[in-house]
Design a protein around this ligand. Structure first.
Ligand code: NI
Length: 171
């Protein structure tokens, strides 16, 4: 397995729309394994392929307390959304150290292929529902800060650009 570099907002590549995976083969399983390693190393609960500059519909997640229940969603589709909505604080490995509140459907049912290529359905609520919707947004080229006000988004953009500049200078 290998750790992959994570794109940072406002990198324009984060706005790429991912294409479906044609076949869950060895190449895709390697991508999944690399994404899991990248996510766990970065202490994240979810990662979309978009964030590692691979524009295919692949998501990895682990919202368990012990970080020992990896979940792989290939070609995920939401088949049901609750009318009830919930507001939760979200963060993103592509927008480090920024957290803000986003409102979304409280529960969703997702259909996807697993790492074995088999189709399954997941009824998600709580953090898992938040995470799956957040990651599926990435596959459509959408970052969670786009739910915030333009003013907040501009501030975050400036902060991220400065952070990246400082890191390049070795600060
Ligand atoms: Ni994210």
């Amino acid at each position: 397995m290998a750790r992959l570099p994570i794109l940072r907002y406002p990198d324009p590549r984060l706005h790429t729309v991912a294409r479906p995976v044609a076949t869950v083969d060895e190449r895709v399983r390697r991508l999944v394994d690399d994404m899991l390693e990248t996510m766990y190393t970065a202490d994240g609960v979810g990662l979309a392929a978009t964030q590692v500059d691979v524009h295919e519909r692949v998501i990895v997640m682990d919202t368990s307390e012990q970080h020992d229940q990896p979940l792989v969603l290939i070609n995920p589709e939401i088949v049901k959304r609750s009318d009830e909505r919930a507001v939760n604080e979200e963060g993103c490995l592509s927008v480090p150290l920024i957290y803000d509140r986003v409102e979304r459907p409280a529960r969703v049912t997702v259909r996807a292929l697993g790492r074995d290529g088999q189709s399954f359905e997941l009824d998600a609520e709580g953090l898992t529902a938040v995470c799956v919707q957040h990651e599926m947004d990435h596959l459509l080229g959408k970052v969670f800060v786009e739910y915030l006000s333009p003013l907040k988004r501009d501030r975050i953009r400036t902060k991220m650009l400065k952070k990246t500049r400082d890191e390049l200078r070795g600060k």
